[in-house]
Design a protein around this ligand. Structure first.
Ligand code: IMP
Ligand code: MG
Length: 185
């Protein structure tokens, strides 16, 4: 697995430090609110597990599974909701947590659904990585770990064709490791 990585962008200790900082900021900003931390599967699971332990507040967790990738590295443009909480979030502050903000289609559609259909009082967004150069839907996340250039990255939950999620760091895949492969999320 490690030999497939061309370069490491964020090492484990750097990610750990940054996630703790995000947790401190969220603890400060969200104090006194009824908070639900909503993880977008599958990519955010590693970030989510670390982030939620860095937030020193009473909160609940929930999960949604949304897919926007038609092939392994190219977004299909259509967001498919595979699993979504059917709860009413009125009175709640829902923080949507994703691994990476790319075109913005995934987060935008989830935020819209939470506001319009699930009646959330407030919806915030937290992403580990922000690939601003690729944005199609104008959207700024409330909490961002690191900005990244327009390169395809894997590790710390991020996948290529559902693999490499278990790398403890975030890196760029070698060119030879890409191929036409089926859908991922
Ligand atoms: P968006 O809807 O285009 O913003 O796509 C967000 C989703 O695309 C993320 O949740 C990831 O699953 C996936 N994605 C986007 N860029 C990358 C990348 O560089 N590596 C791995 N997954 C990515
Ligand atoms: Mg993915």
């Amino acid at each position: 697995m490690h030999q497939d990585i061309q370069s490491v962008l964020f090492q484990e200790d750097r990610i750990r430090t940054r996630v703790k900082e995000l947790g401190v900021a969220m603890t400060r900003d969200l104090a006194g609110r009824d908070v639900v931390l909503l993880a977008l599967l599958k990519g955010s699971v590693v970030f989510f597990a670390d982030l939620l332990r860095a937030i020193d507040l009473q909160l609940k967790v929930d999960f949604a599974w949304v897919s926007s990738y038609g092939s392994a590295t190219v977004s299909s443009g259509t967001v498919t909701l595979k699993v979504f909480p059917d709860e009413d979030f009125s009175g709640k502050t829902v923080v949507v947590v994703d691994d990476i903000l790319d075109t913005g289609r995934t987060l935008a559609s989830v935020v819209k659904k939470l506001r319009e259909e699930r009646k959330a009082a407030d919806v915030r967004t937290a992403v580990l990585l922000d690939k601003a150069a690729r944005r199609v839907v104008p959207l700024k996340a409330d909490y961002v770990g690191f900005p990244v250039d327009d390169v395809f990255v894997v590790g710390y939950g991020l996948d290529y064709s559902d693999r490499y999620r278990n790398l403890p760091y975030i890196g760029v895949l070698r060119a030879g490791c890409y191929s036409a492969t089926p859908e991922s999320s």
